[in-house]
Structure formats: structure tokens, C-alpha cells
Design a protein around this ligand. Structure first.
Ligand code: APR
Ligand code: ZN
Ligand code: ZN
Length: 374
């Protein structure tokens, strides 16, 4: 029997209050309104960003909330006026791409104005499509993938290859695209260059994949957990170092190793101190440091202003600089053509009901990405 136009009762993982664990609940998922799409989620990753959100370290969120943003699924039904996607299609999402705002019209910019508006944690009409126990539940980043179903805006849904394995390509919704694109699009890593990546989680390993694809000659992985080194080398790091093994600050170690500093340095942790160290590790004139990790809102950076005198630069990057609807299908086809190793990021797979176990796995540092199956 068709569920189109009807409320669907389904399972979702709610965080009721800041600092609470996930709570598996039955929720009511309203049908999509105009220009919205309801998706049956087939797989979703748990990202470092949610780990931060659980510690309430992050952005201003509203509770209760359904988090999750690294997902892929199948379109269950579409609201009025939706023309670019159809029921039954394999869907995927990243940032929105309205195609009309100043950011969408600028070919070097991917921060669509409609994504900024999604930061209210509600749908565009100011209401939620989720309810549980009579309460309205907030959305997250216009995605909310820790649920069997979700409703998102049409302009955030991307049509992808119908044969792509959703339990793998869900990582294009955040971790992989964010890291890979930071190297390719934001830093524009050059062949033969010297790179360093601070933080070897799913995002940092994806940065390494991007540096390798761009032809970097040397890729130095930096992490305080040496258990991350084996995989980093498998993905393309030429050497790995642990700052805790040295008496000197890590920027001095990187200068000793490279002679004149790193040409492209990436911070994939989201910590103001490691951003400062990554910047100071850069080549004095043409070194580029890219902040890929999410810094808490209001986090202050303390960097020596003189570092910029000779030409170093510091840049931000969001979703790897990709325009979601335009670029994600191409990334998915590159994956299908085996142009890079995405599967190595997936170390665990669990039922959505075990999401708190996935959180514990992430905390051990042994898990790169745990895929949750709703
Ligand atoms: N120095 C070096 N490495 C560190 C440090 C430090 N001071 N602190 C943490 N790390 C390492 C951890 O050991 C871990 O391997 O950084 C890595 C972070 O990886 P994950 O927690 O798996 O996070 P990931 O999903 O890769 O995301 C990284 O990007 O999307 C954002 O919010 C996310 O800021 C986070 C970052
Ligand atoms: Zn736009
Ligand atoms: Zn993420």
C-alpha cells in the first residue's frame, strides 16, 4: 500500500537534551510539503561532527533533535512542485544547491544561502516534519539521517547512479567529500608537493586520498593515536608522526623533516591549537593551511601575525568546496570506476538501534567510520 501523502511511523535516534545519549524512539514522519522530498534512509555514517555535538561542544543546536548528515537512501515520495527527483530514485545529499543565489552562481563557491537558512534546525516554513510523544523534534542541517525516514528540501537531494552501493556512498554526504575536496578544490594540491595532514580520522584519511590523487610527492600524517598510522599509510601517507614522541613543537619537527616547511597543510581535528601548529608548519612564502575540522562556534585562534608576512595563507573549507548536486554524481561515478579507495574508511557496520555502541567505538579511536543501517 502506498505511503504517499500519509504520516509514516518509524524508528529514529533522538537526542532529547544536550549531553544525553541517543534514544531510539518511534516517531511520526509527516509527508513532504511543497519542494520537499521524503527519503527512506538506507545507510548513514556517524561523523566526528556528531561526536562533538554530543559533547555539546558545537554550534547552537535546538533540542530534542534528530542528528545525522552522512546518509543515502531512496526517494519514498515527493511534495508539490518537485520536478528534479522522483519516487524510487537513489538519493544522496550534501549542502543545498539552489542554483540561484550568489554562492550558487559563483563557480568557486558552494555555500548556498539555503544551507545557511537550514541552520535553524527547521524546514523552510519554520516547522518540523518529525514528532515524537506529542513533541515536535528538530531537524539537523536539513538532513536528519538517524531515522528510517527523513524529509529534506529538493535542492539538497542529488540523484546518483542507481547501482551505487548506498551503504558505502553515504560517505559522500560528508566525510569523504569534505576531506577529498579540501585537497583537490580548496588547497589545489600540486603534483610533486609536500603535504601534511593533522588528524587521521575519516576526514583526514580522505584528505590524504585527495593529496595522493593530486600527485603529492610526500604526505605526512600527524596524529596523537599511532594506531591510525597503518591505515593512513595504506591510503597514501608516506610517513606518520606522533607529536607526543617529540620534545619540540610539531611545527619545528615538520620543518626539520621537510627543510623548508609543508606546502599544503590540513587540520582535520577541529582544535584551535592544532590549527595554529598546522599554520606554523607551512612553507613561509607559498604554504597554504586549510582548516577542515569543525571549530566550535566562538573558538578563538591564537596565531602569530608575523607568520603571514612572508605570504603563508590560512583558508577554510566547507563540504570540500563541492557544489552538491553538480559534483556528487561525478564523485560517485569515480568511485564506481574505482578511482579511489572509499571502502577502507568503513571499519564497522551496525543496526541504527545500536547507535550508542557506534559512539563508543568512535571514542576508542579504533573506528574510522561506522555505517548505521536503519
Ligand atoms: N593532535 C593530533 N591529532 C589529534 C589531536 C591532536 N591534538 N586531537 C585529536 N587528534 C586525532 C584523533 O586521534 C583522531 O584520529 O584527530 C582525529 C580526529 O578524527 P575523528 O574523531 O574520527 O573525526 P573525523 O570524523 O575525521 O572528523 C574530523 O572534521 O568534520 C569535522 O567535526 C569533525 O572536527 C572534526 C573533524
Ligand atoms: Zn544557492
Ligand atoms: Zn560530517
Amino acid at each position: 500500500m502506498s505511503t504517499t501523502g500519509k504520516v509514516i511511523r518509524c524508528r529514529a535516534a533522538i537526542v532529547w537534551n544536550p549531553g544525553d545519549p541517543f534514544s531510539i524512539e518511534e516517531v511520526e514522519m509527516a509527508p513532504p510539503k511543497a519542494k520537499e522530498v521524503r527519503i527512506k534512509i538506507m545507510a548513514t555514517g556517524l561523523c566526528g561532527t556528531e561526536m562533538k555535538m554530543l559533547k555539546s561542544e558545537n554550534i547552537r543546536l535546538h533540542y530534542p533533535i534528530i542528528m545525522g548528515h552522512e546518509g543515502a537512501g531512496i526517494v519514498e515520495s515527493v511534495g508539490e512542485g518537485v520536478s528534479s527527483v522522483k519516487t524510487g530514485m537513489n538519493g544522496h545529499w550534501g549542502l543545498s544547491q539552489c542554483g540561484e543565489c550568489a554562492s550558487c552562481l559563483n563557480f568557486e563557491d558552494n555555500f548556498c544561502i539555503q544551507f545557511k537558512q537550514a541552520q535553524t534546525n527547521l524546514m523552510p516554513d519554520g516547522t518540523s516534519r518529525f514528532t515524537c510523544k506529542g513533541k515536535s523534534i528538530y531537524h539537523f542541517a536539513n538532513t536528519s539521517t538517524f531515522s528510517e525516514y527523513t524529509v529534506i528540501k529538493e535542492i539538497s537531494v542529488t540523484k546518483i547512479d542507481a547501482t551505487a552501493p548506498l551503504e558505502k556512498v553515504c560517505l559522500f554526504s560528508c566525510g569523504f567529500s569534505t576531506g577529498y575536496g579540501a585537497a583537490i578544490n580548496t588547497a589545489k594540491v600540486t603534483p610533486g608537493s609536500v603535504c601534511a595532514v593533522f588528524g587521521l580520522g575519516g576526514v583526514g584519511l580522505s584528505v590524504i586520498t585527495g593529496c595522493k590523487a593530486a600527485g603529492a610527492a610526500r604526505i605526512i600524517g600527524v596524529d596523537i593515536n599511532k594506531e591510525k598510522f597503518k591505515k593512513a599509510k595504506e591510503m597514501g601517507a608516506t610517513e606518520c608522526i606522533n607529536p607526543q614522541d617529540f620534545k619540540k613543537p610539531i611545527q619545528e619537527v615538520l620543518f626539520d623533516l621537510t627543510g623548508s616547511g609543508v606546502e599544503f597543510c590540513f587540520e582535520a581535528i577541529g582544535n584551535p591549537d592544532t590549527v595554529a601548529a598546522a599554520l606554523a608548519s607551512c612553507h613561509e612564502s607559498h604554504g597554504v593551511c586549510v582548516i577542515v575540522g569543525l571549530l566550535a562556534a566562538g573558538a578563538q585562534l591564537s596565531v602569530d601575525g608575523h607568520l603571514f608576512f612572508s605570504g603563508r595563507s590560512l583558508k577554510g573549507s566547507v563540504f570540500g568546496g563541492w557544489k552538491s548536486r553538480e559534483h556528487i554524481p561525478k564523485l560517485v561515478s569515480d568511485y564506481m570506476a574505482q578511482k579511489f579507495n572509499l571502502d577502507a574508511l568503513i571499519t564497522h557496520t551496525l543496526d541504527l538501534g545500536k547507535i550508542n555502541e557506534a559512539v563508543e567505538l568512535m571514542k576508542t579511536g579504533k573506528c574510522i567510520r561506522c555505517i548505521l543501517l536503519p
